[in-house]
Design a protein around this ligand. Structure first.
Ligand SMILES: *Cc1c(COP(=O)(O)O)cnc(C)c1O
Length: 376
């Protein structure tokens, strides 16, 4: 059996039962399970507001849009962001005609507070922080900087489902304006595609609900519960079709109660890897602050020759990955190439090792042996 880099574990029978419930009731769209999942997510995370979306990408877009609207930002205003992320993070800035300014990274591959502060100009309006691999990095320092310079802070928590610090989800820390999670197919809490946007105030949550539903100011579920006048809604914005649906929410509701124990297993695997590599001077694992509560969406090594190691792993039927290429190498973001030397350097040497619920301890040992055999 080959070993994949990422592989979700679905609790299949329970998921099918939950989906069956939607199909039998005849409610597969927005409402019903989506409302239940929003409630469950609020209870699990401590967020006051949560709106279920069809992806994290659209959530980041709405976050930018609403902050831009509220703040009266102009086209071309700047948002400080990371070069080592999935492109969604940076595209969300572009969707709103804002300008991504890239800041360099720290040892956790999260934004480096010092460089963030250096990149602030009089056009800077916000910072997007990616909790890389579930790591909280130096988010506390970034919060201080944002407060000091009156910048909004968006937390791209796509990797952070289940990450806590002293039992608290960092998304609810004072100073984070909005947190966006992903429940995409290979994320820690996997569905097919979906996400959650969590604001700190009711007004933004309300506007999000309308914008994500074509600008309509009542959703179908509320209307059909009220019965009459279901057709008599208003449209306040040119909104989008960004809402999540009950089928995905049904799966999420099944998966959520397993999240903590699955993340604990991820940490066990990370411990095995770290132990296995600690005497190998040629490679270095990317550390995480608050290791005991990190969701560890991915396990990263910094290696001398990534291509060669990926090839060697593949020969052994083990498939590693790369998260991520320096975004300033993409045509779109080439204007910023050279602005983040540390990120650029490390991105040439990053390799993602398999980390998921299907790995046995023997698999992990095999991976360690192959990596050490090739690099030590
Ligand atoms: C997966 C991912 C996204 C996008 O999530 P979707 O739910 O697929 O839209 C955004 N940011 C990061 C860092 C991601 O890994």
């Amino acid at each position: 059996m080959s070993i994949q880099v990422l592989k979700p574990k679905f609790h299949v029978d329970e998921c099918l039962e939950a989906v069956r419930e939607c199909l039998e009731i005849g409610w597969t769209g927005m409402g019903f399970k989506t409302v239940q999942f929003e409630q469950a997510w609020k209870e699990y995370t401590g967020h006051k507001y949560a709106y279920y979306l069809n992806s994290n990408t659209v959530g980041l877009h709405l976050a930018m849009k609403i902050l831009k609207m509220n703040g009266g930002w102009a086209d071309g205003d700047e948002v400080i962001t990371t070069p080592i992320t999935f492109v969604s993070t940076n595209h969300a800035i572009m969707y709103e005609n804002l300008h991504p300014v890239f800041a360099d990274l720290d040892e956790y591959l999260c934004l480096d507070p010092e460089d963030v502060e250096k990149k602030i100009t009089d056009k800077t309006r916000a910072v997007v922080f990616v909790g890389y691999g579930g790591r909280v990095g130096q988010l506390d320092k970034i919060i201080e900087i944002c407060k000091k310079h009156n910048l909004r802070l968006i937390l791209d928590a796509a990797h952070m489902s289940g990450t806590k610090v002293n039992g608290v989800c960092p998304g609810i820390w004072d100073g984070v304006d909005v947190t966006v999670y992903s429940f995409q197919a290979v994320k820690n809490l996997a569905t097919g595609d979906s996400g959650m946007i969590c604001w700190t105030n009711e007004e933004n949550d309300k506007v999000t609900r309308q914008l994500a539903w074509l600008g309509i100011n009542k959703d179908t579920y509320t209307r059909s519960n009220k019965g009459t006048y279901a057709w008599k809604y208003d449209v306040d914005y040119v909104g989008y079709k960004y809402n999540g649906n009950a089928i995905m929410a049904a799966i999420a509701l099944v998966q959520l109660p397993y999240l903590d124990e699955e993340n604990a297993r991820r940490r066990q695997i990370v411990d095995m890897y770290n132990e296995g590599f600690k005497n190998n001077k040629n490679i270095k694992a990317v550390p995480a602050p608050h290791h005991d509560e990190c969701s560890y969406h991915i396990y990263e090594l910094i290696v001398p020759d990534r291509e060669a190691l990926l090839g060697e792993l593949a020969k052994n039927d083990i498939y590693g990955g790369v998260h991520y290429r320096d975004n300033t190498e993409y045509s779109m973001y080439l204007y910023a190439n050279g602005t983040c030397p540390k990120a650029h350097e490390v991105s040439q040497h990053l390799i993602t090792l398999p980390l998921h619920m299907w790995l046995t301890d023997e698999d992990v040992q095999k991976i360690i042996d192959v990596v050490n055999g090739f690099t030590a």
